[in-house]
Design a protein around this ligand. Structure first.
Ligand code: CP
Ligand code: NVA
Length: 307
């Protein structure tokens, strides 16, 4: 695997083999968290939206390896006064070794990456959330000792997390079933790309409307908020449409008895997931959140060419 100097704007920027190698390295770093030396390396965090897990796990990952982070708060940067992203990207490339960006449009992230000379990491856009899926796959692998051949059911909104999950599952041989209300399906272009990747891993990508059909016999049940950041105005209107997609004890009866439940967090209890399931014995959400740290540390090590 040689990811030195590359960007991670979406999961399919990696080959399936690179993705699996990254997960192996993440598992190794989880066992030996302080082994890597990133002294003197600086990660910039340019976040246009709120974040707990992504921001703190990236910061902790750098700190554990002797590197440092700079919080590039948009409100105090000149971008808030109209300095073009292209100029910001070129200047920041002279100070930083790597940058993680959370923003709205994927195009904005891509434009930044075009002008930056350092690796650019997608820390969430409206379209994708690749770092999340690295941790999700690590959690699934830890639980089942494998990825290929499992079935993951995603119930809810065809959003950024659903898109990256589709790509990640298709790349690693997990069958994915995405169940959404009509009108909230994942982007057809992403579905197409996932199906192309799935052909090479002998997995299947299904887009459904029936959550019970999606969950039936699956080993992983996944959900995310019904209204993502930036969609707050739609939240109320979405409630009734999404209620049948709630991950609750009844829906879980359809899954494999050994199934685990994942949620990228933050969760809205009694909306997309009940407290009973979130706090129940099948939930792996806290392990999943922890794995953000290990997975992103592996990513940083690779993009910085540190080993
Ligand atoms: N799951 C996730 O990305 O969480 P944050 O929004 O807290 O970073
Ligand atoms: N889909 C959610 C994920 C948050 C981590 C959002 O974009 O708000």
């Amino acid at each position: 695997m040689n990811l030195a100097g590359r960007d991670l704007l979406k999961l399919s920027d990696l080959t399936p083999a690179e993705l699996l190698a990254l997960l192996t390295q993440a598992a190794e770093l989880k066992r030996d968290p302080y082994r890597v030396d990133l002294r003197g390396r600086v990660l910039g965090l340019l976040f246009q939206k709120a974040s707990t897990r992504t921001r703190v796990s990236f910061t902790a990952a750098m700190a554990q390896c002797g590197g440092s982070t700079i919080d590039l708060l948009p409100t105090v940067m000149q971008v808030s006064r109209g300095e073009p992203l292209q100029d910001t990207a070129r200047v920041l490339s002279r100070y930083l070794d790597v940058i993680a960006i959370r923003t709205y449009e994927q195009k904005e992230l891509e434009a930044f990456a075009d002008y930056a000379d350092i690796p650019v990491i997608n820390a969430l856009t409206d379209q994708f959330h690749p770092c999340q899926i690295l941790a999700d796959l690590l959690t699934i692998q830890e639980t089942f000792g494998q990825l290929a051949g499992l079935t993951l059911a995603y119930c809810g909104d065809g959003n950024n997390v659903a898109h990256s999950l589709m790509l990640g599952c298709a790349m690693s041989g997990i069958h994915i079933r995405v169940a959404t209300p009509a009108g909230y399906e994942p982007d057809p272009g992403v579905v197409q790309q996932a199906r192309t990747l799935a052909r090479n891993s002998n997995s299947e990508v299904q887009v459904l409307q029936d959550p019970q059909e999606a969950v039936s016999g699956s080993q992983v049940v996944y959900t995310d908020v019904w209204a993502s950041m930036g969609q707050e105005a739609e939240a109320e209107a979405r409630q009734a449409k999404f209620l049948p997609y709630q991950v609750n004890a009844d829906l879980m009866k359809r899954a494999d008895p050994e199934a685990i439940v994942l949620h990228c967090l933050p969760a809205h209890r009694e909306e997309e997931i009940t407290t009973e399931v979130l706090e129940g014995s099948q939930s792996r959400v806290w392990e999943q959140a922890e794995n953000r740290l290990h997975a992103q540390k592996a990513l940083l090590v690779q993009l910085l060419g540190a080993e």
